[in-house]
Design a binder for this molecule. Sequence first.
Ligand SMILES: Cc1cc2nc3c(=O)[nH]c(=O)nc-3n(C[C@H](O)[C@H](O)[C@H](O)COP(=O)(O)OP(=O)(O)OC[C@H]3O[C@@H](n4cnc5c(N)ncnc54)[C@H](O)[C@@H]3O)c2cc1C
Length: 451
Amino acid sequence: MTEQAPPAGTPDLAPEDGKVAAARVSTPSASRRRATKKAAESTDVIVVGAGPAGSAVGFHLAVAGVDVLILEKSHFPREKVCGDGLTPRAVKALTTMGVPIAEDDGWLRNKGLRIIGGGGRIELDWPDLSSYPGYGMVRARTDFDQILARHAEKAGARLLEGVTVTGPLVDDRTGRITGVTTKDGRRFTSRLVVAADGNSSRLSVAMGLHKRDDRPLGVAVRTYYTSPRHDDDYLEAWLDLWDGNSLLPGYGWIFGMGDGTSNVGVGLLNTSSGFGEIDYRALLRTWLATMPAEWGFTEQNRTEPVRGAALPMAFNRTPHYTGGLLLVGDAGGMVNPFNGEGIAYALESGEIAARVITQALARSSAAGCERVLQTYPRLLKDAYGGYYTLGRVFVELIGRPSVMRFATKHGVKRPAVMRFTMKLLGNLTETRGGDAVDRLINAVSKMTPAA
Ligand SMILES: Cc1cc2nc3c(=O)[nH]c(=O)nc-3n(C[C@H](O)[C@H](O)[C@H](O)COP(=O)(O)OP(=O)(O)OC[C@H]3O[C@@H](n4cnc5c(N)ncnc54)[C@H](O)[C@@H]3O)c2cc1C
């Protein structure tokens, strides 16, 4: 995915072209490999991509004593198009990894979500749960991704920056991935490879794993403005995004960065009829034109270009394990379809994958190792499958303007409905017990078949 503003009518900005597939090479036989001048570097696990998912896998594997090499095409610090918002779910995953998140170190905490729409406005604090902290955070991805990558390195993961993976090394006989090739002509071999290369996941495509078009996809654009609203302690979401007379399925956000700027953007789901026709920059402009002038969301105050990218949702690439390759984060389409949050799921799937890999590599037979690896897709389905199926129903429903209008008009003014909605959309319930709302959401998620 090139992270540029998407042109109207091009919802998926990253054509899964054949570039990587064309670079696909076969693993040389043992004798040929010995004869090769430049020997391939070998490791237990190669992770392609050092976004949140890749750094999380690298961190957890290193802590478990696994030899892990992360290959990242860019150099840190680097930009990543994002809203920079972290829910309590993401905070929990960071805490589990022992990432220092003191406010003095630039982590801006928030109390909850302010929702505006249908003439209503409500502030909802993050739920007070034993399973998740009662606060979220904001951190620019330029810092965030670098902090995570360094954290993984500190734990013992090896990270090579500026190394672009061009394709898989594949064993001709078994079809199994045995390593990767890189743009600078090197070859790296490993027992397992993790695709953490984001939404386009060219590595997955080269291994025959394409996006599923029966899953929802979001597209979002964002930029930054200097604004007096920069130190807001609520994340703000606006539901009134209009295309003519149609209320669109998505929201606009204003997230104060605490550094004099606000991250401002709009995100839409592909379930509305006009999805492919929408000009996102124009939508952002039109929406911002409705804001009070003193907030400063004007061209003069814009500090960055408007950039956009896709949000792959509800397991839009499967299977999550095949032939030595595991998919984590956006590569496996793990963005929450209810709210467009992807960082928490990148971190969590990274941890799950690392747990599975650690156990698999400790088995004494190839068959035993494979049996453990096959559990990865099932563990993901247990964790998110039912909930994502519900999310798919949700995005279909709000893709109908009449439903979106009804929900916005009648929901936002009812605190009880909104508290329920916040827990459902944020996937923030007690994992065990909890109140009636928690139990209802958990039960329905469990009963709903994972697909
Ligand atoms: C506009 C927008 C706003 C968003 N806002 C939020 C938000 O506020 N909160 C939230 O939780 N989520 C948000 N998301 C979603 C979130 O950004 C993603 O879900 C998250 O970044 C996924 O992490 P990842 O590690 O799987 O992939 P990525 O963050 O995309 O990381 C992939 C990494 O792989 C590297 N890479 C790619 N190809 C190669 C290659 N061939 N060789 C080597 N390295 C490679 C890339 O350089 C990159 O570092 C937003 C998304 C968008 C588009």
